[in-house]
Design a protein around this ligand. Structure first.
Ligand code: ADE
Length: 250
């Protein structure tokens, strides 16, 4: 059985969307992963197929109903046994590569995409959902966040990346550094040259240069990641699986 993504959404036509193309699209056609886009509205019970209602306590917007969502999540979970249930919301813990690695190593994922003002908190708690945010931005719904999460997971599945590609040396890898800068031909372009060492054929020197540039980029661009990297570096016996620390709100 291949890795399975079950997406609960009011807009199933948004899937696979960009994931039907390129690497993820080929992998989907090859059966390396499976995708079910499930219409939440199909679980509404009234004549108007209502999925939302006004918020208790007042305020703008509508809230997605717990009874409808519970039925939808129940059906998705039945078709995707053992998969964690994730709710995409700007209130969630930030998505990071450690969570992506964990998810891609499992059987798959059930994802609930919120719309409107939000989701009734009781169904999130009752179903033990992990609330995940794609970043400190507010999207019009969880769907683009679900696509982002899926793209990151699918590329890590066995057989998805070609033999030439590698997930080992890239930003947000286990050492917590951003990637070093890359260059290709022409060696001179608009008067700009390529760092000499990369043309030297000196593998050890190239590796050292890349390491230094990765550290410099992380230190200057992402002081938050750099502090974590330094903390880890001072504990060399830390288990590899714990490199990225516990999820913020698991
Ligand atoms: N829905 C709206 N904004 C979101 C975000 N930043 N992450 C996940 N889901 C969202």
């Amino acid at each position: 059985m291949s890795w399975r993504a079950s997406v609960l959404t009011l807009f199933p036509a948004m899937f696979p969307g960009p994931l039907g193309l390129s690497l993820a699209g080929r992998a989907l056609r090859d059966g390396l992963w499976q995708l079910d886009a499930i219409d939440i509205r199909g679980f509404a019970t009234d004549r108007h197929r209502t999925v939302d209602d006004t918020p208790f306590g007042g305020g703008a917007g509508m809230v997605m109903r717990p009874d409808v969502l519970d039925a939808a999540v129940g059906a998705a979970a039945e078709g995707n046994p053992g998969a964690p249930v994730i709710c995409l919301t700007p209130r969630g813990r930030l998505l990071d590569q450690a969570l992506v690695r964990d998810l891609s190593a499992g059987p798959g994922v059930v994802m609930l995409c919120g719309r409107y003002e939000g989701i009734d908190q009781r169904v999130i708690e009752a179903r033990g959902m992990l609330e995940v945010s794609a970043g400190d931005v507010v999207l019009s719904g969880g769907e683009p966040a679900a696509l982002l999460l899926l793209d990151a997971c699918v590329r890590l599945l066995p057989g998805v990346m070609g033999a030439g590609a590698s997930a080992v040396e890239e930003s947000h890898g286990p050492d917590g550094l951003l990637e070093y800068p890359q260059y290709t031909r022409p060696a001179e372009w608009q008067g700009r040259t390529v760092p000499e060492v990369l043309l030297s054929g000196h593998h050890a020197e190239v590796a050292r240069w890349r390491r230094e540039r990765a550290e410099e980029a992380t230190r200057t661009r992402r002081p938050d990641l750099w502090s974590r990297h330094l903390a880890r570096r001072s504990q060399p016996n830390d288990a590899a699986g714990r490199l990225d620390g516990p999820p913020a709100a698991a």
